[in-house]
Design a protein around this ligand. Structure first.
Ligand SMILES: [Fe+2]
Ligand SMILES: [Fe+2]
Length: 243
């Protein structure tokens, strides 16, 4: 038998670092309760109104359609640009998150036109240099609208740069080549193609073939040469030189 010392160090069995086992009855109940807890299917709490899942893409398309109703000449433009850009992104085998961002940026690329006065946006005929300068603010207005929206940072940049040119002569920042975000280079091609093949007040509509010829001619100047060649190759009626 071990001697018990009064006032000395406590014996090993009484050390605070060694816990007493729970009674067998308590232990079984606890274990059963934990087993049942982890085996039961998890119940999802009801969604809080602020976290409701909504189809944000469908909402964006509907919202942009409403904005475009302001100008009958551009009705459907953003949707077509979005679809053309998405098909090029798909052809390039971009990751799905990137293709989705480009698709959404296509819908929103001209959202900044909401800040352009009717007298300029709806003017029939050519814009004066001063009016054109105001019109050129729409990519930055769009960027400012979108930049604070969580998850739309890349989209906001594509919107800002969709009027840059590959040779650096575009706006608003005069970026050139690969400094222009890839999505913005794709949007520039889709946007120009749709603008050329759609009815506008200030210029006659071009045939698809003529529009593709222009894209092909402008590769390396206005447009990324590789992307322009891919786009021309995708479209029916592509120029013979792009075959
Ligand atoms: Fe634009
Ligand atoms: Fe546009």
């Amino acid at each position: 038998m071990f001697p018990v010392t009064q006032g000395g160090p406590a014996p090993l069995t009484a050390s605070p670092s060694v816990r007493k086992s729970p009674s067998p009855k308590y232990s079984i109940e606890l274990r059963l309760s934990l087993t049942i807890h982890f085996l039961m299917p998890r119940r999802t709490p009801p969604p809080h109104p602020s976290s409701l899942q909504i189809d944000i893409h469908a909402f964006i398309e509907s919202f942009v359609n409403t904005l475009e109703a302001r100008d009958s000449y551009t009705a459907g433009h953003s949707q077509r640009v979005s679809d053309l850009a998405a098909s090029l992104a798909h052809e390039l085998r971009l990751p799905s998150w990137s293709a989705s961002a480009i698709h959404i940026a296509g819908d929103l690329h001209d959202i900044g036109k909401v800040g352009i006065p009717d007298g300029i946006l709806l003017k029939s005929g050519r814009l004066t240099p001063a009016e054109y300068e105001v019109m050129q603010t729409h990519p930055v207005i769009g960027f400012e609208i979108l930049k604070g929206v969580k998850g739309l940072g890349e989209v906001a940049l594509m919107v800002r740069h969709h009027h840059e040119r590959y040779d650096g002569k575009g706006y608003p920042d005069g970026l050139a080549g690969d400094d222009i975000p890839l999505g913005a280079r794709i949007l520039a091609i889709a946007d120009s193609f749709d603008a050329m093949t759609s009815n506008r007040t200030y210029r006659p509509v071009k045939t698809r073939e003529a529009a593709l010829e222009e894209l092909w001619r402008e590769r390396g100047r206005q447009f990324d040469p590789y992307l322009a060649a891919c786009f021309c190759g995708l479209q029916p009626g592509r120029p013979a030189t792009a075959a």
